[in-house]
Every structure is written in structure tokens, then in C-alpha cells.
Ligand binder design. Structure first.
Ligand SMILES: O=c1[nH]c(=O)c2[nH]c(=O)[nH]c2[nH]1
Length: 296
């Protein structure tokens, strides 16, 4: 029997590194808090097929590289995208048998506490993400965020939907709309002001969620996506994955209590899951820039 080794990749996952910027003794400290995962591709068939590990850069060395680069990479460490670029460039340019690197970073935001120079409060509103991929096809950067929970108490309808014999949902002209936004957006190049771009995209997402009258979560994704493309010229497409966090109006009539969309049951599961990509044009094909898990 002869078999074929298909796609393979390896690296160290979830290296949790916190870097404090304290170079100037008189200046307030800053920090970044990253969870970094490294995946390498390249000439690693022997490691699987013959057991020869001569070309394997250990995952332990990957971890050490990330930790050391948290100092060595200087100012690039301040944004997850530029840190990911520094790491991807190192692995592909400096390790001969590595032909591709994908760096995935979760960045946990901290806010200065009461203007204090070295005390911080973890801001649990969202997690920022970055995926940097460098391979023979080039270098791509995808920025993102997840766990950004937003809710509006009105200006949301859902009606006119298809009816079949299993359809029992009542149409509504007034409901709560809530979701926890996961979004990833691909950049057209790698020469981007990452902090400014992220702030513009996040602001476009939350402001369009607030402003747009919603006819469905699907329509809200379109509004948020087009607002992002208007706000950030470096973004070629944005992909949303948004659970519909259902809030059901409770029937309080058995208790003689009127309920005018005031008291709700916040349902946990199941939830609608609405996902869409909004692209600058049909020509955009950023699929290779995203981490598909094992769907390589
Ligand atoms: O915004 C919505 N989109 C749907 O597709 C859907 N389906 C459903 O039951 N409720 C909703 N709400």
C-alpha cells in the first residue's frame, strides 16, 4: 500500500505573553496582552513519513521566539498585526525549510485605571484578533474582533418571511436586536496604520448597528459591512459571524400585567447564526488569508 501525506502544519498554540513598555522611567507604562498561535508549513514530510526530525524547528523554539520577539520586535509589538508580521517574516525568511507561516493573535484590551501610570483594568467588551499569513502566494493580514456584544431595544423588525408548515414564528414590528459580533476583515496591503484602522472599523460596526433600522440581522450585517468599507479604505472585505441573541417578550397577562415589549426572556440556546461576507467588489478573493482550521 502506498499512501500520500496531505496538508500538514505544526507550531505552538496559545502562547500567552504580556509585554510591558517601561523603557522611559518617567513615562507611564503601557502593556499588550496577546495569546499567540504559530502554524508552520514547509519541508516536513520526513518528520511524518520516515521519522527524521532534522528539519523540525521545535514548537518549544516557536514559543521561545514569540516570547523573545515580544521584546526584540520593538515598536512592532504594540499592534497585533505588526507583531504577527514580524513573526511571520522571521519564520519564513530565517528558517530555510519553512515556506509558510500563519500567526494568529488574540489581543486582550486593558484600559488605564483612573489615569494611573501603571494600573490597568481589563476591558472585557471584546477581544481583538489578527491573522498574518506569509507563504508563496504573498503576505496577507486579516484583522478582527470577537465577543463584541451589542443590543438595541427597538428599531428592529422581522416579518414577511417564508411560511411552510413548520413556521410558527409570529411576525414582529418591534423587538430587541442583540448579537455578539465576530468579524474578520482582510486588508489590501500590509502598509496600514493598524491601530487607526482597527478603531475606524470598530467604530463603523457599533455606530451602524446603532443607526441602521433593522429589518433582520441579515440586513444589519449588510449595513455594518458597507459602513466598514466606507470607513476603512484599506479593507477589501469583511466576514461576520453573528448569533441572534433572541429576547422573547414574556406573556405577563396571566398575572394581569401589561407587557409592551418591556419584560423579556433572554434566551441562551438555540440561537440563529447569521453569517455573511461583504466585499468591495466581486474580484476580491481573500479566502487564503483566513485560518480555515483543518479545511485546508
Ligand atoms: O433577524 C432574523 N433573521 C432570521 O433569519 C430569523 N429567523 C428567526 O426565527 N428570527 C430571525 N431573525
Amino acid at each position: 500500500m502506498s499512501y500520500v501525506l496531505g496538508h500538514n502544519q505544526y507550531g505552538k498554540a496559545e502562547i500567552h505573553v504580556v509585554r510591558v513598555f517601561r523603557d522611559d522611567a518617567s513615562a507611564p507604562h503601557d502593556l499588550v496582552d496577546y495569546n499567540v498561535s504559530v502554524s508552520l508549513t514547509g519541508d516536513f514530510a520526513d518528520a511524518h513519513i520516515t521519522g527524521d526530525q532534522a528539519k523540525v524547528l521545535t514548537t518549544d523554539a516557536c514559543k521561545n521566539t514569540v516570547n523573545s520577539f515580544a521584546k526584540e520586535a520593538g515598536e512592532a509589538v504594540r499592534e497585533p498585526e505588526s507583531f504577527g508580521l514580524a513573526l511571520a517574516n522571521h519564520f519564513v525568511d530565517d528558517v530555510p525549510q519553512v515556506s509558510g507561516a500563519r500567526i494568529i493573535i488574540e489581543a486582550f484590551p486593558w484600559q488605564r485605571a483612573h489615569g494611573h501610570p501603571h494600573a490597568f483594568v481589563k476591558n472585557g467588551d471584546y477581544v481583538r484578533t489578527a491573522t498574518v499569513t506569509k507563504n508563496a502566494a504573498g503576505t496577507t493580514v486579516v484583522s478582527g474582533l470577537k465577543e463584541l456584544t451589542v443590543l438595541k431595544t427597538t428599531d428592529s423588525e422581522f416579518h414577511g418571511f417564508y411560511q411552510d408548515r413548520y413556521t410558527t414564528l409570529q411576525p414582529t414590528n418591534d423587538r430587541i436586536m442583540a448579537t455578539a459580533v465576530t468579524a474578520q476583515w482582510a486588508h489590501e496591503g500590509v502598509d496600514v496604520q493598524w491601530a487607526e484602522s482597527f478603531a475606524a472599523v470598530k467604530d463603523a460596526i457599533t455606530s451602524s448597528f446603532a443607526k441602521a433600522y433593522s429589518y433582520a440581522l441579515q440586513a444589519t450585517l449588510w449595513e455594518m459591512g458597507t459602513a466598514v468599507l466606507d470607513a476603512a479604505s484599506d479593507v477589501s472585505e469583511i466576514r461576520f459571524s453573528c448569533p441572534n441573541k433572541h429576547h422573547f417578550v414574556l406573556d405577563l397577562s396571566p398575572f394581569g400585567v401589561e407587557n409592551n415589549c418591556e419584560v423579556h426572556h433572554a434566551d441562551d440556546r438555540p440561537y440563529g447564526l447569521i453569517e455573511a461576507t461583504i466585499k468591495r467588489s466581486e474580484d476580491v478573493d481573500a479566502t487564503g488569508a483566513y485560518d480555515p482550521g483543518q479545511a485546508w
